[in-house]
Design a protein around this ligand. Structure first.
Ligand SMILES: [Zn+2]
Ligand SMILES: [Zn+2]
Length: 484
């Protein structure tokens, strides 16, 4: 049974909290440590079970082509070439037999390594060195032991229960053979590989796909046998022998790759977890990004409808980092969606500043409108913020709200440096936006008379001229002064 993320339906779950019975995908768990397979549940902070990549593994019957291409990679081809060609040229004496034996062992070891390697999520074959180095050659003896014990089981059942019980035992042994090979490859334990309970549990957990795989195995074995038979009958011995060996090895690799893939596909049911090991993707999963965790928590709480919780989280975050634009934006969206006028009022300086930075004139008009409805005489208390908001409003064609923001500016902020820019903006809004040239001229005259020391003062004459001609107020054409 594959699960989707509780919060992102359609995304495969990677983690499961046994306490809360909730599944999470990797988007929900940006702070999880996939390499160590450790993550804490965002709800209860208990350790969670890693589900691995099983939830997004393609079923093996949908990637048959990839199985057949598997042996045709450099590493397995080298192993197969060495193990099938060298014995042909080896001398026909004791040394030759010894060479043959060692190479057979190496090939055997390599094929079992394919199961482990695949089960761990590597979809490319293991390196050549795996066949010839390190420990693990005992797998041959272990597998022989398994065969002996299975033979013993069939023999014992024949002696104890006669031919019917013997046939039943034989049928079970044949059916369970792939499962036994899988268990042996993974656990390296003869006892586990012949324990009927163990094998029955494995087969029942995988279910129908096991029998499907079994069908493929029989077909492949038949095909391999037929191809080898053809080679022996139609080619001279010195060609036929290595060709048959080559065919045998490639088919074995395909079979064992399939067995490993079945383990990989059913890792969740079988009680182990591994992720697709993509060697090219070198992302640093160790890096724990607290901000990403915070975002995931906000997302979850929003989806759970815990708006109060999200609001207090954002306010908490803004206490630590006053001007975090991302959190201000999130708070703005939450507060406007919830129509929380009180909180909007409390945070309006930061929210309006954030909106002004983004030139969001509509957003500013909306917030101001809400605040003015709640408090009819509402005015901004910060001259700089007022001018920034008015400018954003003006540029977005919100002329009336722009004028309202700057209303009585000279009375409210008589000493502000922003007085000249504010009233130039008023003049531009009146003239360019509302075609009220006389009123615009009045504001320009005000700047001319009262703001003698401001750098804008020397350009006022140009604006006055434009206003007289009822042209848009754009200021001096060729000007090197830095203006907004
Ligand atoms: Zn998710
Ligand atoms: Zn939990």
């Amino acid at each position: 049974m594959k699960h989707d993320c509780h919060y992102h339906p359609g995304d495969p779950a990677k983690w499961h909290c046994g306490e809360c019975q909730i599944h999470y995908c990797s988007r929900c768990m940006p702070d999880a440590d996939t390499r160590q397979r450790r993550a804490l549940c965002p709800h209860c902070s208990k350790a969670m079970r890693y589900l691995g990549a099983a939830t997004e593994v393609v079923p093996f019957w949908q990637r048959l082509g990839a199985f057949f291409r598997y042996p045709f990679h450099t590493d397995p081809l080298i192993v197969i070439a060495i193990c099938t060609l060298v014995p042909v040229v080896a001398p026909a004496n004791l040394i030759g037999i010894l060479i043959w034996l060692v190479l057979a062992l190496a090939l055997f070891k390599y094929t079992y390594a394919v199961i482990n390697h695949t089960a761990e999520g590597h979809l490319k074959p293991p390196a050549v060195s795996v066949a010839f180095t390190g420990s693990g050659f005992d797998i041959v003896i272990l597998q022989l032991l398994v065969f002996v014990l299975m033979g013993g089981l069939v023999g014992a059942s024949a002696m104890l229960g006669g031919p019917i019980l013997m046939l039943l035992a034989l049928a079970f042994v044949i059916l369970a053979l792939p499962a036994s090979i899988m268990v042996l490859a993974m656990e390296r334990s003869v006892g586990a590989a012949v324990n009927p309970m163990n094998l029955a549990v494995l087969i029942s957990r995988i279910g129908t796909p096991y029998f499907l795989l079994y069908g493929y195995l029989i077909l492949l074995t038949l095909a391999s046998g037929a191809a080898q038979d053809f080679a022996v009958n139609h080619f001279p011995f010195w060609v036929a022998q290595p060709l048959a060996g080559f065919l045998n090895s490639t088919f074995t690799l395909i079979l064992f790759h399939m067995l490993g893939y079945l383990l990989f596909q059913y890792q969740e049911e079988l009680g182990f977890a591994s992720d697709i090991q993509d060697e090219t993707a070198g992302q640093d999963t160790h890096q724990r990004d607290r901000s990403a965790r915070f975002d995931a928590d906000i997302d979850m709480n929003l989806k759970d409808g815990n708006y109060d919780r999200v609001q207090s989280m954002l306010k908490e975050a803004l206490k630590r980092d006053r001007d975090n634009a991302l959190r201000i934006g999130q708070l703005y969206q939450l507060l406007t969606a919830r129509q929380d006028t009180d909180e909007l009022y409390r945070y309006h300086p930061r929210i309006l500043g954030w909106l002004a930075d983004r030139n969001d004139g509509e957003g500013i008009a909306g917030v101001l409108n809400t605040l003015q409805q709640a408090e009819p005489g509402f005015k901004l208390e910060d001259p700089d913020l007022s001018v920034r908001c008015a400018r954003a409003l003006y540029h977005r064609g919100q002329f009336k709200p722009a004028l309202r923001v700057l209303q009585d500016f000279h009375k409210r902020f008589p000493d502000s440096e922003q007085l000249a820019p504010a009233y130039l903006l008023v003049a531009q809004t009146l003239a360019n936006g509302l075609s009220q040239w006389e009123k615009a001229t009045a504001f320009l005259t005000f700047i001319q008379k009262k703001c003698v020391n401001h750098p804008l003062h020397e350009q006022i004459a140009v604006y006055m001229e434009q206003a007289r001609n009822k042209e848009p107020l754009k200021g001096p054409r060729a000007s090197f002064s830095v203006q907004e």
